[in-house]
Each structure stands twice: as C-alpha cells, then as structure tokens.
Design a binder for this molecule. Sequence first.
Ligand SMILES: [Zn+2]
Length: 420
Amino acid sequence: MRSRRLRFRAVLIFLFASAFVQFSCRPELTEESLAARARKIHDRVLTVDTHCDTASRLPGATWDIGVRHEPGERGSGKIDLPRMAEGGLDAEFFAVFVGQGERTEQGYTRAKEWALKTLDAVRAMCDKYPNLVGLALTPADAYRLEKEGRRAAFIGMENGYPVGKTLSNLEEYYKLGVRYVTLCHSRDNDICDSSTDRQDPEDRGLSEFGREVVAECNRVGMIVDVSHASDKSFYDILKVSKAPIIASHSSCRALCESPRNLSDDMIRALAGNGGVIQICFLSSYVRAPKPNPEREKALKELQAKYGARRDIQDEAVRKKAMEEYQAVNAQYPEEKATVKELVDHIEHVIKLVGVDYVGIGTDFDGGGGVEGCDDVSQMFRVTEELVRRGRTEKEIAKIWGGNIMRVFGQVIAVSRNLKS
Ligand SMILES: [Zn+2]
C-alpha cells in the first residue's frame, strides 16, 4: 500500500517536472520571431486591397507609378508599383472615381469622358510595366499574377454617376475591365441615396432606376459595392441583389460612429447574404478624431468655401483647394488612428459574424492611412498585428484575399446562371 502511494507520488513528480521542462524550454514569441512568422504568412497568402484612389493621379500626370517614391515625401502618394511589391500587396482594385456633379445630359457626358480617361490610364499602366503588373479580370488572374511575381490590377468604379441613365453603359465598362461599381459617392445620385448627403435629409434608398442597375450588375457579373450608400439604400440593395454584395471601404459603426461605417445589424445582414466588409483605413472612420478645435474651424471654413473637395469639377479650383487643405494639415496635424485600432475593427467583425466576411480596403490616396500603416509599403504591419492577436495563417489568408475572391467567384456564378 505504502509503496504504491510512493510510486504514485513519483509519477506525479515526473509529470510535473517534464511539463515544467517543456514549458520553460519553449522559445518565447519575441517581437522578432513574431515579425518573422508574420512575414512568412504575408508572403504566402494572396493579399488584396479593394479600394484606392491612385488611378485619379494617373491621367496626364508627370508622376510615374512605375517609379519608387519615398513614403511621406510631398507628392509621393500612397501607392506606386515598387512600393506595392515592397509592402507585399499582391492585388489592388484601382478605383475609377468620378465626383458627383449635375444630373443632366451634359453632366453624364462629362462623367463618362472622365471615367473612360481614368480607365484608359489604368490599362496604360499595365501596358507600360508588363514586368511589374498585369490587368486582372477574374480571381484566377490574381492568383496567377501572384505566382508570376507580378502585381494584379483590378479596376473598380467609385460612383455610378458615369452610368448616367443609360443601363448599357454598365456592360461597356465591364468589357473595359471594371469589376465593381460603388453605386454612389458623397451625394445622392440617380441610383441611390448617399450616407453623407445632408442637402436632402430624407433617405429614399434605392431608386427604381437603381433597381435596374443592381439587376444589370448581377447579369453582367459586376460586383455591387455599398460603401458610401445610405442605410436605406444598403438594405434596399441587399433585398434586390441576387449575388452577394461588398462594402469595398467601410469600417464598423460600433467602434467608430460615422454614417460611412456599417452598423452591427448591417454587417449581420451583409454576411447573411454571403458578402464582405472591407475595413477602411481612413483614420476618422477607424477612431473618432480627438477634439482639435483650431483644425476643425479651419476645415469648416474650407468646406464652406469649396464644398466637398472631391466634387469640385474645375481642375484649377480643385488644385487651389488641395493646396489650402494641405496647408491646414501641416499647420494643425491630425492625430491618426493606429494599426492596432484598425485591427480592432477586423476582430469586431469576426466576433460578430465569423472570419469569412471581412477584408481590407485601404482608401489610400483617397484619405486612407493610419499610424504604422500610412502607405502601401507598410501593409505587412496589418499581418503582424493579426499574428499578435493569435490569428492563424488560414484565417489571415481569408481576411487578406480569400473572402473577397470567394464573393467575386459567386458574383461570376450568379451572372452565368442568369445568362443561361
Ligand atoms: Zn470612397
């Protein structure tokens, strides 16, 4: 009896001792080894950013996207092809952006001209730098280009304004390479109401014409993007779309109150339909800006003087406004949100609906950028933070590209079904 008890005690001591040895010998996850692990994952997975406004810099510019520009230097922009490679970003949706103007025949004509010009510029970039980048039209293109060590350039269209009132324009843009349409921008248009148009407080949601636009998107295989759309527009679009939809650059309202962000209920509805929310890097959508009365006053004055900066139609006026905004930014700099706070938004979506419905949409060159990831060369920082939170490679692969490519595939499948 006594010897049995002794044997039992010896076994217990042995178990404790071996557990202790194993525990104390395990290398601690230092910042260095965490970074190394994150780097490996970042290089292995397909990394996709679903929104930047860099394409607006391309037409007629002396600025060259094939040349590396020093981050933070004046006029360097947030994205160029060498920095994309440096930051390990495999695929970018270059947005063909047209600011909302007059809803007249003349307005539609001008909008279409500008859209085609920007579209041409993205295609010209691919022709000029075939060793660095290729035009991507399908998810398979992105995976192929990644294997070849080239960047994938997708084209999105921010604002349905260039569609005008002519439905066939959608297929024309699709044939030229456009793969998503953000139905509106900062003002209401013929398709739907915007989340930020205060001229008319009534939210009418999706219009009759808008319903036709969504149906046509489903038919041709164009992804419908609800970023910038009002809450009613969002629910209307979700109701009529036969394919999953995306928010190409929006964050979570639960963490940062903004009409541009999606509420928890909206995120649940979006995920319920198989869609994806691509977390936006625009600092004031990530964390409410800290009070900065001098900056706010100066910005308010510029707003009164020029209206929404990106809706300015006259080139010379736009340039002057840009310079004045830059001066305000230099005089009263904004304290930006951090990568940690950005990843909080990703984690919030995961907690709410799971890991299959969230991704990344930087809005670089359209105001996007946070402390620690303020240009495309720093994209790796997001992966690093995800690894720090304990996310596995499989999860990170979904967040960075798997989810949006799945939705894209579903949109193509729905189009095939509707056509056959
Ligand atoms: Zn936008």
